[in-house]
Ligand binder design. Structure first.
Ligand SMILES: [Cu+2]
Length: 152
């Protein structure tokens, strides 16, 4: 092997190695546009969040009911409100000694004699079905209860 072929071989190696790095760099640069596209995607997910404040602007409504009680039932025995409603119930006792109670909302009227009434107020801050009942004696077990449904 003479000097001429050795230099030629070195030049050839330089061209091959240099060509490899140029090829590799051009390859590794192609994923960059994809990652740029990926970083812009999370910006689009902020748009659904922008709609949430609109839903939160609904003003709490006042729902008023009159519920009458006698031995041993409530009329009506079902009430339905929406979550967040302020509920105002006028409990009218038409016969016997009764009250109106909902444990989950800490709602309790005075214990009344027939012919009197009391107002119970609370905010329906959770969804579900809740029992309202008379807490006097065994009246609840005797059927003096109803169902308050709080919807979303
Ligand atoms: Cu009762």
């Amino acid at each position: 092997m003479n000097k001429g072929t050795l230099i030629g071989l070195i030049i050839l190696i330089i061209i091959i190695v240099g060509g490899y790095f140029i090829y590799k760099n051009s390859n590794s640069s192609t994923p960059n546009p994809a990652t740029n596209g990926g970083t812009s995607a999370p910006l689009e997910t902020t748009n659904p969040n922008a709609a949430l404040p609109l839903m939160a602007t609904t003003t709490p409504a006042v729902k008023e009911f009159t519920v009458s009680g006698k031995n041993y039932s409530f009329t009506p025995n079902t009430l339905t409100v929406k979550k967040g409603d302020h509920v105002k119930i006028t409990f009218v006792d038409t016969q016997g000694m009764h009250n109106f109670k909902i444990d989950e909302f800490n709602a309790l009227s005075k214990t009344l004699k027939g012919g009197s009434q009391d107002v119970v107020e609370f905010t329906a801050d959770k969804t579900g079905q809740f029992q309202y009942y008379c807490a006097v004696g065994q009246h609840r077990a005797m059927g003096m209860w109803g169902t308050l449904t709080v919807t979303e």
